[in-house]
Write a protein that binds this ligand. Sequence first.
Ligand SMILES: NC(=O)c1ccc[n+]([C@@H]2O[C@H](COP(=O)([O-])OP(=O)(O)OC[C@H]3O[C@@H](n4cnc5c(N)ncnc54)[C@H](OP(=O)(O)O)[C@@H]3O)[C@@H](O)[C@H]2O)c1
Length: 257
Amino acid sequence: MSGLVYITGASSGIGQALALQYYRAGWRLALVARRSTELQAWAQAQNLGPDRFAVYAADVCDIAAITGAGQACIAAQGLPDVVIANAGISVGIDSAVLGDIEVMRRVYATNNIGLAATFQPFITPMQQRRSGALVGIASVAGIRGLPGHAAYCSSKAAVISYCESLRGECRPHEVKVVTIAPGYIDTPLTRENRYSMPFLMQAEDFAARAFQAINDGASFRVIPWQMGVVARLLRLLPNAWFDRLLAGRPRKHRQGE
Ligand SMILES: NC(=O)c1ccc[n+]([C@@H]2O[C@H](COP(=O)([O-])OP(=O)(O)OC[C@H]3O[C@@H](n4cnc5c(N)ncnc54)[C@H](OP(=O)(O)O)[C@@H]3O)[C@@H](O)[C@H]2O)c1
């Protein structure tokens, strides 16, 4: 199967790897990021055929801009077969610090409102066409709350619930909603982490597995699978054990750290 894929956060890491994966499988690309000049330069450096991709500059926190990018894509390239809401940020917070509430607002604006606004322009047309897949990039961090990571963990827990709600809304119209929860993937988002990252995976390997999960129409997939086992165990772990396990673990760096 090939078609048109729309990917946010395509200027780096997972989004970039997904773009290449889809391109090599014969798909046309609609690529979205704030750093559109860098994204355009990267696409040229990869020798992507000019008729096989288009770049849209948008900040997912700006609802008018990101829904406008979706509409521009439909007008210029047609209605995508797959939409991947991948753009996201990960910043630690100290819940006792007033200024970090603003950081939390930015995390939710990007990871949650941005994801919903990414999907919005495509939902009704896909439902009318009775085909397509909306893909939310969540995280294993959305399974349980990690100390120092309250904004990100809660945002990704919300991505999981949001996509589950959307799945029920889209199912009668034959539109798939796929939630993908990455474990640790080697990208700029994880490179500064101060803690061990079990089963760390290269972005290209992740993209190949995510491509398969989306083709399969999986409702929820953890990648790599080993982190799926960890996620299942974490879900079962009693709170007291979970708290003890995490005591003293280094925290995600806060903004400016
Ligand atoms: N790496 C991991 O281990 C891991 C694990 C679990 C989940 N994830 C999730 O996977 C997704 C991609 O992460 P990554 O590791 O590839 O991170 P990354 O390398 O830092 O890339 C993040 C991408 O999101 C875009 N982005 C950020 N804020 C944006 C905004 N306001 N508007 C538009 N685009 C924005 C960035 O583009 P511009 O700056 O050009 O706009 C960039 O292309 C995120 O949702 C992340 O939470 C990653």
